[in-house]
Design a protein around this ligand. Structure first.
Ligand code: FE2
Length: 205
């Protein structure tokens, strides 16, 4: 069931019962609709595409990808070739179709409604991209660390860079791809401070 966040943003919640199925976020302006991630499982994508038609939103012209992991990207194969894919250079390396590289933070106009694409350092994956829209920051998996069993992979330099980056972004609420609970900016910053100061368990070489 798709939920409405405000007049420009709707999203299909994550459903991780049978394996990871992250959110699909729908942004629309007066001229275009953009999806953030396409998730996995065709039925989920179809639900989003029908919703866009039902609501009579402008046509789907763009997909932005938070990072390259399959659970966020695998439904790309069902989308028409004329839909433009926006992603980081690292994410583009994993795609089997043409994409437009996001090489620096940039505003993106959907027709009287602008969102911001932001490249962020992340412990989770190389080349993560977040979207700032109104006061919401859609962080994909950027704030998760890489986990293996009970230990996590950790790099002080990346944690430091994450803290500096997120401190400088003007948002009130962060929305992750798999979580049901949103977090405030204060909660994100205090999490990153803890991470930056945590004892090293394993270091990414
Ligand atoms: Fe991921």
């Amino acid at each position: 069931m798709i939920r409405r966040l405000n007049e420009h943003i709707d999203y299909l919640p994550s459903d991780d019962k049978n394996g990871p199925c992250p959110k699909i976020v729908i942004f629309h302006g007066e001229e275009a609709t953009l999806l953030l991630d396409v998730s996995t499982n065709k039925e989920r994508l179809d639900e989003v595409l029908s919703f866009i038609k039902e609501k009579d939103y402008p046509s789907l012209r763009y997909v932005a990808l938070t990072h390259f992991h399959d659970d966020h990207t695998s439904n790309l194969m069902y989308l028409d070739d004329d839909i433009e894919i926006l992603c980081s250079k690292n994410t583009a390396r994993y795609l089997s179709r043409k994409s437009t590289l996001v090489e620096k933070d940039e505003d993106f106009d959907l027709g009287n409604y602008t969102i911001r694409l932001i490249l962020v350092p992340s412990l989770h994956a190389k080349g993560c991209l977040d979207v700032l829209a109104d006061s919401y920051l859609f962080v994909g998996d950027s704030l998760y660390y890489r986990q293996s069993g009970s230990s996590y992979y950790y790099n002080h330099e990346i944690a430091y860079e994450m803290l500096r980056k997120y401190e400088g972004i003007d948002f009130k609420t962060s929305i992750s791809a798999h979580d049901q609970n949103d977090e405030s900016k204060e909660e994100v910053i205090s999490f990153l401070k803890r991470l930056e100061q945590a004892p090293v368990t394993k270091i990414i070489p």
